[in-house]
Design a protein around this ligand. Structure first.
Ligand code: TYD
Ligand code: MG
Length: 465
């Protein structure tokens, strides 16, 4: 057997080096290298078996052939099933990441109770909280009578021995992956080696028995599943549970899904009795709107297959600094710089002596380029002090030439806006033919200048009235 060697593993990216350094040469993070022995580590597991075991031939097959739909167990919590793509998949591993305190344990307790009430065997293993704490939460959620089987345990071998008892569980929840440790690795719990080998053991269990497993992972401030990002690559699906401080709603976002779409979100609201589903997020995000103030534009966005309307707020104010401030919450700062540059270069507007603040209302986060047009409208509105029409939605991508480019799902965005009582829309030309109703009352600018002229023109129209 090889002599145990000392190695240093980066806790952020999993890079292995033989010498310690202050900075990881692979990912550039500081102070992330931790000494871990290789004896019994997962690196030496399969390799050391090689000498004792001869390879077994597997049957090669073709790409075509029978396909079965992934066997799913739906929880009945609509927003959760939407994010997972229709329910937990048997024999798969799902990672639920999120900041501490965001509500991961709450969500999974509710899901466990919902599934148990449908007759599934659910095991909830907590390595973070004592049984009494979990019971308290269950009481608060009103699910204390559910048949969920509970354990407070952190050793993977003990967990496997426990759930091997009796009928195979349909779902095993491990809260959290950072507290698990296995006898097979000799590093401290929470290190990359431990987390990785514990996750691997549990994933192997899921694949071999057909039980679904859910791993809970805490996320660091930088937005990574703390330390072991490596787990993301091993599991079949990754969901992030996120929310903005001070806001009650939470978004369950699909980051990776081998069995379904990756752009879905589930929206929840945290109440004193647990998480409540929000089936119409637009109403939530538009809830506190003051329509008449300048600098606000409603963006008709899409999250996966679902349209979501949010308000974009801009404040353009004269600066007292040499270099004006650009601050963005909920959108991409580089994209804001681009929209500002296009407004300056092609529309003759000047932001050089102004601070620009941009906020997506309700703490929501937008990643779609289709928000460009709504952002531009809000910026122009704030700069000119002219309020935009309260019943108008905006969407469209702006190119560097100032042209407005079509975006997908125009019909769905319009339909959602109409449903929520909006009467007009500003959208790109060449999107699918706008139909009746709000589509007929739409304005389709070819360039950003057309939109600026229209907003400025509203002043003249008001004066004429
Ligand atoms: P928790 O599920 O423990 O978070 P995580 O597992 O992600 O760390 O949720 C903790 C927070 O949720 C805590 O601040 C209290 C709050 N909460 C409610 O507001 N209502 C509830 O019904 C429950 C159970 C928790
Ligand atoms: Mg928790």
């Amino acid at each position: 057997m090889a002599k145990p060697r000392i190695q240093f593993i980066c806790q952020a990216c999993g890079n292995v080096t033989s010498r310690w350094a202050g900075k990881c040469e692979a990912c550039g993070e500081w102070n992330t290298l931790v000494e871990e022995g290789t004896a019994g580590g997962i690196g030496s597991g399969p390799a050391s078996m090689r000498s004792t075991r001869k390879g077994r031939a597997v049957v090669l097959t073709s790409l075509s052939g029978e396909i079965e739909d992934a066997p799913r167990i739906a929880s009945g919590i609509g927003e959760l099933d939407r994010a997972t793509g229709g329910g937990f998949v048997r024999g798969s591993a799902l990672l639920v990441g999120g900041d501490p305190g965001i509500g991961k344990s709450t969500l999974l307790t509710q899901a466990a109770a919902a599934l148990a009430s449908r007759g599934h065997r659910i095991v909830y293993v907590s390595g973070e909280e004592a049984v009494a704490q979990i019971r308290l939460r269950a009481q608060r959620l009103g699910v204390a009578n559910s048949t969920v089987e509970l354990a407070a345990e952190t050793n993977v071998e003990d967990i496997l021995a426990t759930i091997a008892d009796g009928k195979r569980p349909d779902l095993v929840i491990l809260d959290s992956i950072q507290t698990l440790w296995t006898d097979a690795a000799d590093s401290a719990p929470g290190t990359v080696t431990q987390v990785r080998s514990a996750a691997q053991t549990m994933i192997r269990y899921a694949k071999s028995t057909g039980a679904a497993i859910v791993l809970v992972g805490h996320v660091t401030k930088e937005g990574q599943i703390a330390g072991p990002r490596v787990v993301e690559h091993m599991v079949d699906a990754v969901l992030y549970f996120e929310g903005e401080g001070g806001h009650h709603y939470r978004i369950l976002r699909t980051v990776k899904n081998r069995f379904g779409p990756t752009d879905e979100i589930g929206v929840f609201e945290m109440s004193d009795k647990g998480l409540r589903e929000v089936s119409n997020p637009s109403e939530l995000f538009l809830g506190e709107r003051h329509a008449t103030a300048p600098g606000a534009a409603v963006f008709a966005g899409m999250e996966g297959t679902r349209p979501v309307l949010v308000e974009i707020q801009a404040l353009v104010a004269p600066t007292s600094l040499g270099t004006p401030r650009r601050a963005v919450v909920g959108w991409d700062g580089a994209r804001l710089a681009m929209v500002l540059a296009v407004l300056e270069a092609h529309c003759g507007l000047r932001f050089g002596t102004h601070d620009v603040y941009l906020n997506v209302a309700g703490g929501y986060r937008i990643s779609e380029p289709a928000a460009d047009l709504a952002v531009a409208a809000a910026l122009v509105s704030s700069l000119t002090g002219l309020a935009l029409p309260a019943d108008c939605v905006y969407f469209g991508e702006i190119s560097l030439s100032g042209a407005i480019r079509p975006v997908a799902h125009a019909q769905q965005r319009l339909k959602e806006a109409e449903k929520l009582g909006f009467g007009q829309a500003v959208l790109p030309r060449g999107s699918e033919e706008p139909g009746s109703g709000i589509g007929a009352a739409s304005f389709q600018p070819a360039t950003l200048t057309d939109l600026v002229v229209r907003i400025a023109g509203s002043l003249r129209r008001d004066a004429d009235d």
